[in-house]
Design a binder for this molecule. Sequence first.
Ligand code: MG
Ligand code: MG
Length: 267
Amino acid sequence: MITIKSGREIEIMRRGGKITARTLAMLLRSARAGMTTADLDRLAEESIREQGGFPTFKGYNGFPASICASVNDVVVHGIPDGTVLREGDLLSIDIGTTFEGYVSDSAATVAIGKVSQAAERLLRVTQESLMLGIDKFRRGNRLSDIGHAVQAHAERNGYGVVRALVGHGIGQQMHEDPQVPNYGRGGSGLVLRPGLCLAIEPMITQGGYDVDIQDDGWTVVTTDGKLAAHFEHTVALTEDGPRILTLRDSFEHSDVSRFRPKEEMAA
Ligand code: MG
Ligand code: MG
């Protein structure tokens, strides 16, 4: 069931989204070579609870931690453990907060120390894909316009778009309808309208888009072992357009239109 949120509900989600954003920003600043992913998980849980939230992931379908920590060819759902981060790794951190009964969900991939130019480019293009998807989350557009924008940008840069996992509606539940694929033809599906809240989350790979799930039942890896990146925001559609509820002030720009490719700006 697709739920339309009231202004009051979106305001609660905005406040919860701030907790998610501040915590994720802190983790992205903190992550460095020599730390373990379990260290980051502890920092995350402390930060969320100190700010009055609950770490949504903890216990979700039995997930044992407050964040997902996915290194290099792990696409998503890596379980924090004693894995030591090394210079040159890519680390994707996914985090969710429940605040006053509403969930916010956000993710970002960060370079540990100095990484290859190819890895840096993957991060940049994945983040741009997210912003271009968000830019299509506008009244009167169709749901598939979002995934189409993500896919077009990723593929014109030579990357793969993971099909097996998708974005989602979000609110009182972390995963609500509709599903939000990161691929597809534009112009079909739900007509977008104010009050919709979506977690938009491109998962982009250096190689093919096929993934496997490891024996722990969670960890999703690229089948070809190539790098993956993941960026996610919880976004509300308001009367004034898309509003990113998990924006990390110090890291990001709220004007998603500046990510539009030049040919589209001219049109
Ligand atoms: Mg997430
Ligand atoms: Mg999500």
